[in-house]
Write a protein that binds this ligand. Sequence first.
Ligand code: SF4
Length: 341
Amino acid sequence: MSFGAQSIKQRDAWQTALLDLITDPAELLRLLELDPALLAEAVRAATLFPLKVPRGFLARIEKGNPDDPLLKQILPLGAEAAVTAGYVSDPLQEALVNPAAGLLHKYHGRVLVTLTSACAVHCRYCFRREFPYAENNPGRLGWEKIMAYIVANPSINEVILSGGDPLAVSDLLLQQFSDRLRDVPQVKRLRIHTRLPVVLPERITASLIKWLVSLKQIPVVVIHANHPQEINAEVKRALSLMREAGVMLLNQSVLLAGVNDDVEVLARLSEALFDAGVLPYYLHALDKVQGAAHFDLPRARARKIHKKLLERLSGYLVPKLVCELPHAGSKTNLSETIRDL
Ligand code: SF4
């Protein structure tokens, strides 16, 4: 991760934290007082998808507990090397909807732009764990192609900054991108899909808030939390800074076996999010990416959990249960389908 010519003195706390991620499985196991016997498989799995965890996220994991729901999201496991039928490297076939480097056009009216391949955390279930980021780094010159594509498609009125994690880049780069977007009047909303407010809440600085409120487009920030244990005091503080600035906040979660496949846990997550000013938006069934099959659960069970959640909570606290299918014109609402997609 590079922040250009910034000196150490000029770096914000979040940038320093990004340069100090835990990337060594041995250090992870040592700090969490976990069985050293887990090391060999963790090292092997980290060669498939490197380990990355912010130290602040680690502090929310219970020491000595191999079943901690936050640990399960970040610990490389031998199971990732299993080849499972039906699980592939590009489950959403994004390569087919990639008209320019850094640009994905899947659905009517909106495009997704990847400003960076960097994330602060590597979620082991990530459907982009094998995404060819090297071929998809637009760079400044690539932005011109992206803008030209948007202008040539007047139906596009929303740009989604996605991952990698768009908030992993500097405020300066965000500003430069949004300045360029200012010249494209048809774009009304800038949506930011980010896990940083949850895994590295110090990223939500006064300067970032200033950028958000200065946007010409309406900003919508979609965070990604899967378990109520992720929402600690620092996360609440970061979220309230954005809420107080008038930014709409939504959350998307992934339904993960052994992490949050439980009505009680999901209900607590929705309550914690709402208390922090965030509306639960989507509960995604796992995208069938190779290496993550051990996180999946049968769609029938997912529907059952979701139905119980509906019976348990006010409607606005219940995220939509969806999955993404290649070639579909929108996300598929799983609670309305009976097939095991
Ligand atoms: S933060 Fe998002 S893009 Fe990055 S690894 Fe996690 S799920 Fe994937």
